[in-house]
Design a protein around this ligand. Sequence first.
Ligand code: XMP
Length: 525
Amino acid sequence: LVLILDFGSQYTHLITRRIRALSVFSLCISGTSPLKSITDLNPRVIILSGGPHSVHAPNAPTFEDGFVDYVEKNGVYVLGICYGLQLIVQRLGGEVMVGEKHEYGRMEIVVERACGLFGNKAVGDKQAVWMSHGDEVAKLPDGFEVVARSQQGLVAAVEDLSRRFYGLQYHPEVTHSPQGMETLRYFLFDVCGINAEWKMEDVLTEELKVIQAIVGPDDHVICALSGGVDSAVAATLVHKAIGERLHCVFVDNGLLRYKERERVMETFEKHLHLPVTCVDATVQFLSKLKGVTDPEMKRKIIGKEFICIFDDFSEELGQKLGKQPVYLVQGTLYPDVIESCPPPGSGRDHSHTIKSHHNVGGLPKDMKLKLIEPLKLLFKDEVRVLGKILNVPEGFLKRHPFPGPGLAVRILGDVTEGNALDILRQADEIFIQSIKDAKLYDSIWQAFVVLLPGNTVGVQGDQRTYGRAVALRAVTSQDGMTADWYDFEHKFLDDVARKICNNVRGINRVVQDITSKPPSTIEWE
Ligand code: XMP
């Protein structure tokens, strides 16, 4: 196991992903975790991430006192990246000072000594790297040697061969460090002697065993399918493990996309062979949303309704089976788990609620059902690989994410007013179909149409119209945490705008959202 200690860098997830991409299992926990959480995992290698702090800041996050003793006694290899390196230097008796020369962005480093981190290559080799630091290493602890420096002469890479400590002042995990992946490979395989043997097939075998061990022979399990990849893969996995004792429910809340219910139900039944109960709760949801315009209110109402429906489903099933279901399957992914325990002061702690996200509607605290979260150690792209092994159809695996509150957060204002839902569905279908026809669907993380509030003046067929405006939103992203807007060709946009105005009665204007996240979010509400 390669364990990443997170000190708050925005790139920490990326380190975990890069290492897994090298077929080595890696996990990430908060850098301030108790030593016992580290020793329990018995890692062969520990990587200390970067972070936004200075090691001199009051309450700068750090590892517990016994950490150095533990790694030395147990022959654990340690690599510090940026803040991680500075922390090692400071805690082992060296000096870090507030730098006069900040290094941000693309820089060049020069190798000064043959070192395993660079494949023992010739001294004098240069490489471009991505830096982002204000503090600098001023004095190394005893036993450490500088192996590379930046153009400005600052320490860029260090090693202490005998104690197995290594450090990089730059970020090898980002693509802007083109040889960064090579460095991680040299470090894991040549320096630490790790084997590349982590495969998704093994994850599947292991997960099946775990589920079969947890769920008793008479226990029943329920799962709410959203139509998205995560819940579908989680359900397929659990179905493989326990067969007919898994009961799935799909809720039509009236906020779904064009023909979504039919499309999703067909995939579940025909291609995934999953037994699914479809609950039509359109009236229930829309009556509760009538007149509601506040985004958070919408989200809370929807979340609550989901739980009610879910409880009813569980209750009815219990009566039918003569036994209450014991477990609930959730498609929770690894980023959700990491995000829920970031190091204090990292800037990633959830002190501000941006949006109340719901998978199945947010779960009540006093829930009787116990959770099974078979994907909770995986990233989205890994879930897609697992889904492929489980024969989940490719088209389904590549679906864009769709939020639990559905079109309610894509209609600014009252969702139930007039034919808002209907015209949004039509415009959205035209946009998505055009993206598919142009073979752009797989290059885009998510695309959708947003219905804007109020009316605008247009002229259609020589007549004045006073209709609705819609915004096209399409973004690229790795994990939905940050996103960039997708730059379509003008011809494509022109076609889409024309098709929407010509085919959807009530819409006379189309605009495009060209903000990234941050400062925006992907959804508009
Ligand atoms: P934002 O809008 O926060 O969205 O940038 C990031 C990603 O999360 C999706 N999203 C949700 N997914 N329940 C979900 O399951 C929700 O309540 C929810 N809100 C946003 C969004 O579509 C994007 O992929």
